[in-house]
Design a protein around this ligand. Structure first.
Ligand SMILES: Cc1cc2nc3c(=O)[nH]c(=O)nc-3n(C[C@H](O)[C@H](O)[C@H](O)COP(=O)(O)O)c2cc1C
Length: 368
C-alpha cells in the first residue's frame, strides 16, 4: 500500500536521507570528513524523533556526542533513559560510518573531564583522519552501512512468515558485543500473549494520562509539516486529513482501549518479540543498549526485516518490573526496549531529520 506524503520529496527535513557515500570529501579537511560521518549518525532512530543529540568536533580528529536535554520527554522518559538510548544509536551509526570509510577510531563513553561535561556522552577519536584511505572490504560492514539510509520504524502489521533460527542466533551475537546487554527473543504464542497483555495495560495507563497525551501530540505533525523533527502522521498510517486532526484527537481523547486492542494484535501477530535489556540501569548501560539497538536494526534491514517498538510496559515503572519477571534468567535486571520484528512489503517513508549544521556545536559556542 502506498502511504500518503504530500510534497514529501520537497521537505528539507528528508534531504539527509539522500546522502550518498560518493559525496565523501576525499580531498576535504579532517573537519569536512568528520562532518560527513555525522550525516549517517543523524539518521539513527530516536524516541518521538526528538533527535536529542548535539556534536562538537575538536582537535581536528575527535567528535564529542552530547545529549540535548532541551529535547527530553519528561513525561514518558523522566530519567532520560530513552534519550540516552537514542544517542547510543546515533553513536553506533557514527562508528559504522568511520569504519566503512576505512578509518580507525577509539570511543570513550562518558569521558567527563570537566564539570561542564555533564551532557557529554561519548568522544570518538578518529585516527589518521588526514590520510586518504580505502573503504572497508568487510562485506558484513558494507551491508550494515548501506542499510543506514534504508532503515525505518515500521508501525504496520508484519507478515506471519517466520524468522529463521540463523537470523535469531545472529541477533544473539550482536547482543554479546555490548557490555551488560542481553536480548530476549520470544516466538512462543503463550509468552507473546503475556508480553502483549502488559503492552495493553501500558496503553490504558499512558493514554488515560493527559500529560502523556499532550507530550505525544506535540511531537506528531501533519503530513505537510516542514518541521525537521517529530513524527509526521504518515509514520502512523494517517492520510493528510487525519494527520491534520491527529494531534488534536490525541491531546483531547483517551483512546487507550482502541490503542490497546490494536497493539495487542500487532504484538501477537508479529513472528518475534524482542526485549533488549541490561544488567545495570545507568547511563553507560543505556548507551550500550542504544549501540546494540542500532546494530540490530541495521542487521535486520540487511535481512529485509522490519522492526517497531512496543515500549509501553517499560515506560510504566510497575509494569517494567512485571515484564522483567517474565524473562527467564533476567528477572531481576532491566528491560530497556520491547520490539516486534517481522517481514512486510509495505513501503515505509522516512521521517525528517535536522541538518548537520543544526546539530553541531561550534567551537566558539561553549557547552554549559
Ligand atoms: C529509544 C527509542 C524508543 C522508541 N519508542 C517508540 C515507541 O514506544 N513507539 C513507537 O512507535 N516508536 C518508538 N520509537 C521509534 C521512533 O519514534 C522513531 O525512531 C522516530 O520517529 C524516527 O523514525 P525512524 O525510526 O523511521 O527514522 C523509539 C525509538 C527509540 C530510539
Amino acid at each position: 500500500m502506498k502511504p500518503s506524503l504530500s510534497e514529501g520529496s520537497e521537505h528539507e527535513g528528508l534531504a539527509p536521507w539522500k546522502i550518498s557515500e560518493n559525496e565523501f570529501p576525499v580531498q576535504g579537511t579532517p573537519v569536512d570528513k568528520l562532518k560527513f560521518f555525522l550525516e549517517f549518525a543523524i539518521l539513527a532512530p530516536s524516541s518521538h524523533n526528538t533527535q536529542p543529540w548535539t556534536f562538537r568536533i575538536s582537535d581536528n580528529n575527535t567528535i564529542h556526542l552530547y545529549s540535548d536535554r532541551i529535547r527530553a520527554l519528561p513525561v514518558v522518559d523522566p530519567d532520560d533513559r530513552e534519550l540516552t538510548i537514542s544517542c547510543g544509536s546515533a553513536l553506533f551509526n557514527l562508528q559504522l560510518a568511520v569504519s566503512y570509510f576505512g578509518y580507525k577510531f577509539e570511543t570513550s563513553l562518558l569521558p567527563r573531564e570537566e564539570e561542564s561535561d555533564h551532557d557529554l556522552l561519548a568522544a570518538v577519536k578518529v585516527t589518521d583522519i588526514d590520510e586518504k584511505l580505502e573503504k572497508t572490504k568487510d562485506e558484513g560492514l558494507k551491508r550494515l552501512f548501506n542499510s543506514i539510509t534504508h532503515r525505518r520504524t515500521n508501525r504496520f502489521r508484519f507478515d506471519e512468515k517466520e524468522i529463521s533460527e540463523e537470523i535469531l542466533s545472529n541477533l544473539q551475537f550482536i547482543a554479546q558485543k555490548y557490555e551488560n546487554v542481553w536480548f530476549h527473543i520470544e516466538k512462543k504464542k503463550k509468552e507473546k500473549e503475556q508480553l502483549a497483555k502488559l503492552v495493553t495495560e501500558g496503553d490504558l495507563i499512558q493514554m488515560s494520562d493527559k500529560k502523556f497525551r499532550r507530550e505525544l501530540a506535540s511531537w506528531i505533525h501533519t503530513n505537510r509539516s516542514h518541521l525537521m523533527d517529530g513524527m509526521p502522521g504518515y509514520a502512523f498510517g494517517f492520510g493528510d486529513i487525519m494527520s491534520l486532526v491527529g494531534p488534536f484527537v490525541i491531546r483531547t481523547f483517551d483512546f487507550g482501549k482502541g490503542q490497546a486492542a490494536k497493539d495487542k494484535e500487532l504484538a501477537i501477530g508479529s513472528p518475534v518479540l524482542l526485549v533488549i535489556g541490561t544488567n545495570a540501569d545507568n547511563t553507560i548501560s543505556w548507551l550500550n543498549a542504544g549501540l546494540s539497538l542500532s546494530n540490530m536494526l541495521l542487521y535486520l534491514k540487511t535481512e529485509n526485516l522490519w522492526c517497531s517498538y512496543l515500549n509501553q510496559p517499560i515506560e510504566v515503572p510497575h509494569l517494567r518490573k512485571r515484564l522483567g519477571s517474565l524473562i527467564p534468567g533476567h528477572s531481576d535486571t532491566n528491560p530497556q526496549l520491547l520490539l516486534r520484528l517481522g517481514y512486510s512489503n509495505r513501503e515505509v517513508l522516512p521521517t525528517p531529520r535536522r541538518s548537520i549544521e543544526q546539530v553541531m556545536i561550534r567551537e566558539e559556542d561553549s557547552h554549559t
